[in-house]
Design a protein around this ligand. Structure first.
Ligand code: BG6
Length: 487
């Protein structure tokens, strides 16, 4: 008898990346500077603190004046810009059905406010997409992954400024038009809910542009602009590329109560809303009821244009994609216990879970639960477009890398995804984060590695950039080959 197959035929196995973490070539092909091009690596002792950069205008200007003396890792990435053919050949060997990239807005519109796109930038993504298609790898393209023109940030105030919505809509329409015959899956904003914790990288907001120190006011205003911009991208996609699908993307977070105390349970629900607000708007088309009280209690007044309600209502996403790395614990008081690290929400330690070397609490079952929660809520196809373990790797003398910890992590998460599918969740695919080592989003380190493919590059930017296969490479290859039967 045939074994029960957990993963549907055509399940999209693959890997996910972002332009600013892999491409490098920050000043090649007419590219403009992006906000990530002025970010330095965090100090190793701050690895677990997770303080995302939130510079002032003056600090950015100072970084630019002093650029010859500083190292900005995301300017260089892993040189994917020049090596994409070699890297795609490795993805092909892994058996990838799909590969998630993002387009660097600054390659298309170097300053962000131009009318005419930079043809060299457009031609680059043509080549990259053609190479994927040639290798039977379905591209998934994120329009905005932690990258915006620095000019829009410094001169306009980033996503705080309504004008940026129109600049983004123009960019989105330009690339959707250009690549509509090559791309079937689009994603609007990467981890759109991350703006709450990451005003600069996610929203281009500079510290001194925040009025009255009310950071939440600023981030929810910027978030509103991104939600409207996302709706405009959905509108453009449905109009220009009706055969394609476009999804939203959230940092998938499940928030547990610290104890069964009813107020802890309520706190966990409040934290959960910080994720669901963003999906609710993009899937259901309107602001959820629970935000009114949250806004009034935090002195938040979101300015909206009369047309916004209609835009949000009419342009709903086709699928919900998410990243998933860890779960968090919420409590009714701040001082309830020792804090754990987190990529977005700093949270309490969960005594039942182990943590990565960066303090991220590893929770495969949480993924199954979260997928169920999202599917119950929306009944829309889901897509896990990021998941993985950031870890230090040791290269042996013979060049091999035995990353059993990474295999364990991925295996457990894939198992739980299989369980969610058996629960009845409609899951389109799974793209492991950073299939090739890349620069970390939160710390800008190279030593926080996610890849099946090792890249010889260190935190200071030294190395040959040579690619080599880790043990996990052969393991993941087999997972894909057997459609998740052999883990
Ligand atoms: C997600 C981002 O938050 O997590 C990625 O979408 C990021 O860009 C990934 O790289 C892992 O985070 P980090 O900080 O370990 O690179």
């Amino acid at each position: 008898t045939k074994q029960f197959t957990r993963f549907p035929e055509g399940f999209l196995w693959g890997g996910a990346t972002a332009a600013n973490q892999i491409e490098g070539a920050y000043n090649i092909g007419g590219k403009g500077l992006s906000n990530n091009d002025v970010i330095e690596r965090i100090k190793p002792e701050n690895r677990k603190k997770l303080e995302l950069p939130f510079p002032s205008t003056e600090e950015v200007r100072e970084a630019l004046r002093d650029e010859d003396n500083r190292h900005f890792p995301k300017r260089h990435g892993i040189d994917f810009y020049h090596r994409f053919k070699e890297d795609i050949a490795l993805f092909k060997e892994l058996g990838f059905k799909t590969f998630r990239i993002s387009i660097a807005w600054t390659r298309i519109f170097p300053s962000g406010d131009e009318q005419v796109p930079n043809e060299q930038g457009l031609a680059y993504y043509d080549e990259l997409l053609d190479e994927l298609v040639k290798n039977d790898i379905e591209p998934i393209v994120t329009l905005s992954h932690y990258e915006m023109p620095l000019h829009l940030s410094v001169e306009y105030g980033g996503w705080l400024n309504r004008k940026v919505v129109d600049y983004f809509a123009h960019y989105a329409e330009t690339v959707i038009t250009r690549y509509r015959h090559k791309v079937k899956y689009w994603v609007t904003f990467n981890e759109i809910n991350s703006i709450i914790m990451s005003p600069f990288i996610s929203g281009g907001i500079l510290r001194d542009k925040v009025k009255d120190g009310n950071v939440l006011q600023a981030t929810y205003q910027a978030a509103h602009h991104q939600l409207v911009a996302s709706a405009k991208a959905v509108e453009a996609c449905h109009r220009l590329a009706p055969q394609a699908q476009i999804g939203c993307m959230v940092l998938g977070m499940i928030n547990y109560p610290n104890t069964p105390h009813p107020e802890d349970v309520r706190s966990a629900l409040m934290d959960q809303h910080k994720t669901f607000f963003f999906t609710d708007v993009q899937v259901r088309g309107h602001y959820p009821f629970y935000m009114n009280r949250f806004f009034s209690e935090h002195n938040i007044r979101v300015e909206m244009l009369p047309e916004d309600a209609h835009l949000l209502k009419e342009n709903l996403v086709d699928f919900v994609s998410l990243s998933y790395y860890m779960s968090t614990v919420a409590a009714r008081t701040e001082s309830a216990g020792e804090k754990a690290a987190g990529n977005i929400l700093t949270n309490l330690k969960n005594p039942y879970l182990e943590a990565s070397d960066w303090g991220w609490q590893i929770d495969p079952v949480g993924l199954r639960t979260l997928l169920n929660m999202l599917y119950e809520r929306y009944e829309k196809p889901l897509f896990v477009v990021e998941n993985g373990l950031g870890a230090f790797d040791q290269v042996e003398e013979d060049g091999s890398i035995h990353d059993s910890y990474r295999i364990d992590y991925l295996k457990q998460h894939i198992e739980q995804m299989g369980e969610a599918i058996r629960d009845g969740v409609d899951l389109m695919g799974y793209t492991a984060w950073g299939p090739i080592d890349l620069v970390s989003f939160s710390t800008s380190e190279m030593s926080k590695r996610y890849g099946f493919i090792y890249v010889d590059l260190d935190d200071e930017g030294n190395g040959t950039l040579k690619r080599s296969k880790k043990d996990s490479f052969y393991w993941y290859q087999r997972v894909i080959e057997t459609n998740g039967e052999e883990l």
